[in-house]
Design a protein around this ligand. Structure first.
Ligand code: HPA
Length: 240
């Protein structure tokens, strides 16, 4: 039996366009409620499980996302591989808005979440090499620009970075986001293989000539939505 695939996306998706017989379940966990109902559906008899990181109607801001409940809910649904799709800003001129990056590592100094509050467990964080390789192939097959590797720097959000912070982050990595490292860390703690599709929605603050605001990010997210949908469709066909 193949390992059951879970997918976490930032925005909601019409997964009934990809999967058959989709159904949703509201589940609870010892860590509280996950961000959204768990959506399940079949492709060629295999079940895929979806969760929306920011909830229905995008109501959970990044610093309030209950990553522990999200990963627990997927684990409870029998998921052993997770693909997380997230929006990022680019710290490098050659990683352009509308590109995709499959990061190979991350930096996350603040608010590191854990399932192990009361016992001494120290996992070694890793982004799954096999899943990473398959994601690079899937996105390349569709003809989209994909960068194989890169370091994701996680901030706590919700505000965007200052130009001074961006200058420091440029020394640390290639992308900035607010959620992926937490998700990956908890997945590893659960023994779930995890890899991420980063959608580059903007150059980080100070790196482009245009005035930087959340509106720039939102505009590119909308423009990228159909392409992300195509990628998720392909990923499910290949990996489920
Ligand atoms: N910074 C942090 N998170 C983000 C950004 C950014 O520039 N773009 C998309 N998510």
């Amino acid at each position: 039996m193949t390992a059951r695939l879970g997918i976490i996306t930032g925005s909601e998706m019409e997964i009934s366009r990809i999967l058959e017989g989709t159904r949703e379940e509201r589940v609870g966990t010892p860590f509280g409620d996950p961000s959204s109902a768990v959506q399940m559906g079949l492709i060629e008899g295999k079940e895929v499980v979806f969760l929306y990181r920011h909830g229905e109607g995008h109501r959970h801001p990044p610093h309030k996302v209950n990553h522990r409940a999200n990963i627990q809910a997927l684990s409870d649904a029998g998921v052993t591989r997770v693909i997380g799709a997230s929006s990022v800003g680019s710290l490098r001129q050659d990683i352009r808005p509308m590109d995709f990056v499959i990061p190979s590592d991350f930096v996350s100094f603040w608010n590191i979440p854990t399932f192990h509050d009361e016992e001494v467990v120290h996992v070694t964080p890793v982004l799954d090499p096999e899943l990473r390789r398959d994601l690079v192939t899937c996105i390349g097959d569709l003809g989209y620009t994909v960068h194989d590797g890169g370091v994701y720097v996680q901030t706590t959000g919700p505000r965007l970075e200052t130009k001074a912070e961006v200058n420091i982050f440029k020394e640390l990595g290639d992308l900035v986001g607010m959620t992926m490292a937490s998700e990956a860390t908890l997945a590893v703690e659960k023994g779930i293989a995890y890899a991420s599709i980063c959608c580059v929605d903007n150059y980080c603050h100070g790196l482009a000539d245009e005035v930087f605001s959340y509106d720039v990010i939102l505009g590119n997210q909308r423009r990228n939505a159909e392409r992300l949908f195509n990628i998720i469709t392909r990923v499910i066909e290949v990996l489920a």
